[in-house]
Ligand binder design. Structure first.
Ligand code: SAM
Length: 275
């Protein structure tokens, strides 16, 4: 009998957010793989959990994982936690989880806090779909390029470090304009928690209102952009590509489905092109 790998979400600030199931799982584990054993000690000590801890972080994951897989193969139960929130979500852990799947070891999530979900829930943008874009690249040029791909008709969730939040808000303003809204979620679940939803044009003033606002942990949620209807130009391009392999009626039918432009108009264009 192999053991089970439990992927356990822990608080993102307020220790009372540890779920009873998370605590029970940590208490019952034979081994706890922690991103930083010293950071996790506060949570473990609070609940009198004395299980053996092993460090598993981005610099040692590939060497530490095989030892944990051996322990799981021998029937030990392992709990994986990160410094805060959900492991493997902008945090280490995915490599170990993948190795466990490969070895046929059961993997069970113990869901709980995540800064992304918390910020999205308090942002108030309809989020039946959203993009989690994690941290933007640190270099200014790469960050601006990354933003080009984020003009989407759905909320985009970004993590940001406090020393880069000003620059990132300025880049978002330059790319998406002053009217696009942003939710700035700061120090979630902690003493100085703030969630502000405002137009990008007002975001830097909001930071400037209080110097301490540039400290702490941040999630930024960019409001969805406009759904961009296909233009006549897009439709013609799609039609031209489809006409390379399909007869005009089929190409017009598919191009109409893809772009939403009426089929009759596209069929006329297709015939014109065929002539
Ligand atoms: N695994 C974590 C999760 O589930 O959210 C994320 C870890 S990632 C290394 C750390 C980043 O998450 C921070 O830089 C910040 O952007 C965001 N974050 C974590 N805790 C937060 C909090 N209490 N308030 C706001 N953002 C937070």
């Amino acid at each position: 009998m192999t053991g089970t790998l439990y992927v356990v979400a822990t608080p993102i600030g307020n220790l009372a957010d540890a779920s009873p199931r998370a605590i029970d799982t940590l208490r019952a584990a034979d081994l706890i793989a922690c991103e930083d054993t010293r950071t996790s000690r506060t949570l473990l000590a609070r609940h009198g959990i004395n299980a053996r801890t092993v460090a598993l972080h981005e610099h040692n994951e590939r060497t530490a994982a095989p030892k944990l897989i051996d322990a799981l193969r021998q029937g030990k139960n392992v709990a994986l936690i990160s410094d805060a929130g959900t492991p493997a979500l902008a945090d280490p852990g995915a490599w170990l989880v993948a190795q466990a799947h490969r070895a046929g070891i059961p993997v069970r999530p113990i869901p709980g806090p995540s800064a992304a979900a918390a910020a999205l829930s308090a942002a108030g943008f309809a989020a039946s779909r959203f993009l989690f874009a994690g941290f933007l690249p640190p270099s200014a040029a790469a960050r601006r390029k990354a933003l080009e791909a984020l003009d989407l008709p759905l909320p985009v969730v970004l993590y940001e470090a406090p020393h880069r939040v000003r620059e990132t808000l300025a880049d978002l303003l330059a790319r998406f304009g002053p009217e696009r809204e942003i939710a700035i979620a700061r120090e979630l679940t902690k003493k100085f928690e703030e969630v502000a939803r405002l137009p990008l044009g007002a975001a830097l003033d909001w930071l400037d209102e209080r110097p301490e606002r540039e400290q702490g942990e941040f999630v930024l949620v960019l409001a969805p952009g406009e759904e961009r209807p296909a233009t006549a130009m897009d439709a013609q391009r799609v039609l031209a590509v489809l006409l390379e392999t399909l007869p005009p009626s089929e190409a017009a039918k598919l191009a109409a489905r893809i772009t939403g432009v009426p089929k009759s108009a596209l069929y006329r264009k297709a015939i014109e092109r065929a002539k």
